[in-house]
Design a protein around this ligand. Structure first.
Ligand code: SF4
Length: 184
């Protein structure tokens, strides 16, 4: 399996160092020093690996699917391919670094959205996609809607629009990557 953002080469380096760590002698000062040095280099490699390739997860918090279609455009159509930024969508919140939330946050999805959001490890960056998470958009008068979403989740980047164009989503993700790098 190929990993995004040059992860393959770095991952091989980490595997090699792990093997060396396992085989390096730990008795005596030389062995302990070698062990620590290899460990420090390996941890630096892990950081480099993470910094290069943030993974993105998406939460639909009651959207009409318009924003989600535009997000899918950023994943499937080469012209707007978001992987050019060195990131990619992932299937599990536990692997994610950046979360895109669409929709006005309906009462019905609040608990599920919170549960999934809490599964994303820190330091995570949240991008609110569309005008719905910002103000409720066309659903703002509804009794079923809780927006603005930032009263329930910490939002780092807003991407307004109904739905936002793929270019705006790409720009929002680029901004989110910068915020995420500063937090690492
Ligand atoms: S912002 Fe517009 S397209 Fe996006 S979920 Fe709301 S109504 Fe739908």
């Amino acid at each position: 399996m190929s990993l995004p953002g040059g992860r393959n080469g770095i991952a091989e380096g980490i595997c090699e160092r792990s093997a060396r760590l396992a085989w390096s002698g730990t008795s005596g000062e030389t062995g302990a020093f070698r062990f620590l040095r290899e460990l420090v280099i390996m941890l630096a490699s892990f950081r480099e690996l993470a910094v290069k390739s943030p993974w993105i997860y998406r939460i639909n918090a009651g959207s009409c699917n318009g924003c989600d279609v535009e997000m899918a455009t950023c994943a499937l159509i080469p012209r707007y391919d978001i992987e050019r930024l060195g990131c990619q969508y992932c299937g599990s919140p536990r692997h994610a670094d950046i979360v895109l939330i669409s929709g006005p946050l309906t009462r019905r999805v609040l608990d599920a959205a919170r549960r999934v959001f809490d599964e994303i490890p820190d330091p995570k960056v949240t991008v609110a996609v569309g005008v719905c998470p910002i103000s409720g958009g066309i659903f703002r008068e509804s009794y079923a809607v809780l927006a603005p979403i930032d009263q329930y989740f910490p939002v780092d980047v807003n991407v307004p629009g109904c739905p936002p164009r793929p270019q705006a989503i790409i720009e929002g993700v680029a901004e989110a990557i910068e915020v995420w790098r500063q937090r690492l």
